[in-house]
Design a protein around this ligand. Structure first.
Ligand code: GDP
Ligand code: MN
Length: 392
């Protein structure tokens, strides 16, 4: 789960980290009181959406004076933001963060995240922080240093000293830097984060460190033990179908292809995506209905998949072990009964427990579908139909 910048700052404030004061504004009426609270007339206004690259996309603006604040913040509130980080979605700006201007001498990048190769958390630092970091790290990987954190969340002092040397920080600056990085690692561990990214971390002319932007992701599987963080969930920033699936207890992940998939088991779902890709197709979603899905859940899953207007064909790939094929069939009949499947061909590969009963149910309901005997055959047909149907 991703946090908004203001939520990330709320969390980091508990670790006594240097963050300039900020207020969150959600309507024009709040501008004046927020600026008074901050005791500022000029500052920076930043849209609160689950996407980076706001600066380049016009979502970070400086204002000078009340009039300018009113017009700048007024424009940002209600704006729809999209860029290559919003997954084709337009994110509605419901909140704007305001903060005093900090005089930046230089911008740095610091992050704590999981290092899959090392199989442990790592601290990553770069002296090339700021809005071009993605490009910098792609073209000049030597401008980044990554130091491992132990499994139990300790970062050794010599590793921190290496980071300071790499960033060129000495004396008072290095003291602040070491403290800040230790606290970030602590925050990462204690909150079951999968990412804490500070970009930019800035140094002022008087050699003071400030966190100007923070991005935090929390491991969904650990949310049950962080009630405050769970309450930070903002469905307005998520894909609508992901949100609906979560409500009915399905694991659904939206993707940008046109073959709707309904599969049981995460492993089979992954290989379904692979095989569709192999035959030149693209899945519209990852959907694991699991082993114990009810008829209602199957119906919801089908409706959900078909509510994606990109979907040109539905590929049902069930290998029923624990999953009962007749439950899938009943769910399918029930979804079709609601008229959810109009003109969309269905490719059905169903094997295993109660398969005969399932097929019988489908026959009785008079449903039209392409029945296939193997996953391979089904994938090829689904890809073919998605291409034919896409041309219409
Ligand atoms: P992002 O583009 O979504 O990552 O948004 P950021 O919060 O990182 O803001 C983008 C850029 O705006 C930063 O890299 C800074 O250069 C600039 N910026 C943000 N806050 C301040 C501030 O308080 N003072 C100044 N001078 N610049 C700021
Ligand atoms: Mn940033």
């Amino acid at each position: 789960m991703n946090l908004h910048e203001y939520q990330a700052k709320d969390l980091l404030t508990r670790y006594e980290l240097p963050i300039p004061p900020y207020e969150v504004i959600s309507s024009g009426e709040e501008i004046s009181s927020s600026l008074s609270k901050l005791q500022i007339e000029e500052g920076v206004a930043k849209i609160q959406v689950h996407a980076g690259g706001r600066g380049k996309g016009g979502g970070v603006k400086v204002f000078k004076g009340r009039d300018s604040a009113n017009s700048v913040i007024g424009e940002l509130l209600g704006m729809k933001f999209s860029n290559n980080q919003t997954g084709g979605k337009e994110l509605l700006v419901e909140r704007v963060l305001v903060s005093p201007l900090v005089e930046i001498a230089s911008e740095y990048y610091v992050a704590v995240t999981m290092d899959r190769k090392r199989q442990c958390p790592s601290l990553i630092v770069s002296p090339s922080g700021g809005m071009d970091i993605e490009e910098v790290l792609l073209t000049s990987p030597h401008k980044m240093l990554s130091e491992p954190v132990t499994y139990y969340g300790k970062i050794y002092d010599y590793r921190l000293r290496r980071c300071m040397k790499f960033l060129g920080w000495t004396g008072k600056l290095a003291e602040q830097g070491v403290r800040l990085m230790k606290q970030l690692v602590r925050a990462f561990m204690e909150n079951d984060a999968s990412l804490i990214e500070i970009n930019p971390l800035v140094v002022t002319k008087s050699e003071e460190l400030f966190i100007l932007d923070a991005k935090i992701s929390i491991d969904d599987n650990a949310l049950y033990r962080h009630s405050v963080l769970s309450s930070y969930y903002d469905p307005s920033q998520e894909n609508i179908r992901d949100v609906m699936a979560k409500q009915v207890g399905l694991s659904y992940i939206a993707m940008d292809g046109n073959i709707g998939c309904l599969v049981n088991g995460a492993g089979l779902a992954m290989s379904t995506l692979d095989i569709l890709q192999f035959y030149g197709g693209n899945a519209a979603n990852f959907l694991d209905v699991g082993g114990g899905a009810s008829e209602d859940q199957v119906r919801e899953a089908i409706s959900l998949t078909l509510s994606d207007t990109n979907v040109r064909v539905l590929f049902i790939n069930i290998f029923g072990g624990i999953m009962d094929c007749s439950v899938i069939a009943s769910g399918l009949v029930s979804a079709l009964g609601q008229g959810e499947i109009s003109k969309i061909p269905i490719v059905l590969r169903m094997e295993g427990t109660n398969v005969e009963k399932g097929q019988e149910l489908l026959k009785q309901a008079g449903l039209e579908f392409h029945s296939v005997n193997s996953m391979d055959e089904g994938a090829q047909l689904a890809v073919k139909l998605s291409q034919e149907n896409g041309k219409v």
